[in-house]
Design a protein around this ligand. Structure first.
Ligand code: FES
Ligand code: FES
Length: 159
């Protein structure tokens, strides 16, 4: 049965009336037109669909919209502050850390979530925590450079 669900997306209050078992990913892309979050596998295997839920990175394809009621979601569209890119976005851009770009939003949200939780985490630790993020283009070496740059910039910001 359709149910009204209230949550914030990128700081804005949104209400959708829908089947609470639908995935957050489907609602973001199809109801709210936030297509920066990508559909890869739909079953938790690739992490292309990663968003922040109350600051923690989650696979939005595995998250039921009913569980997001009264919660806060941030997608790739909400990560920058106005014209100022998030440090992870800026670092990935500086390193050209993407190829086709399909997995990039998920990678960035994954790194952003880890850094939010622990601003002093090492690049190696982030890389080990991102094992579930798949890149079909095999751009892992570039992503690793982007991650190390993001950690260095983040370290300066928190020095
Ligand atoms: S689309 Fe969500 S993990 Fe692959
Ligand atoms: S850059 Fe193409 S899938 Fe990762």
């Amino acid at each position: 049965m359709d149910t009204p669900i209230n949550f914030t997306v990128n700081g804005k209050i949104r209400t959708v009336t829908t089947d609470p078992s639908r995935s957050l990913l489907e609602v973001l892309r199809e109801d709210l037109q936030l297509t920066g979050t990508k559909f890869g596998c739909g079953e938790g295997q690739c992490r292309a669909c990663t968003v922040l839920l109350n600051g923690e990175s989650v696979a939005s394809c595995l998250t039921a919209i009913g569980d997001v009621d009264q919660q806060a979601v941030v997608t790739i569209e909400g990560l920058a502050e106005g014209d100022k890119l998030h440090p992870v976005q800026a670092a990935f851009l500086a390193e050209g850390a993407f190829q086709c770009g399909y997995c990039t939003a998920g990678m960035i949200m994954g790194v952003a979530g880890i850094l939010k939780k622990n601003p002093h985490v090492s690049g190696a630790e982030i890389i080990s925590q991102l094992q579930k993020h798949l890149c079909r283009c095999g751009s892992y070496a570039k992503y690793e450079k982007g991650i190390h740059r993001a950690v260095a910039q983040n370290g300066k910001a928190h020095a």
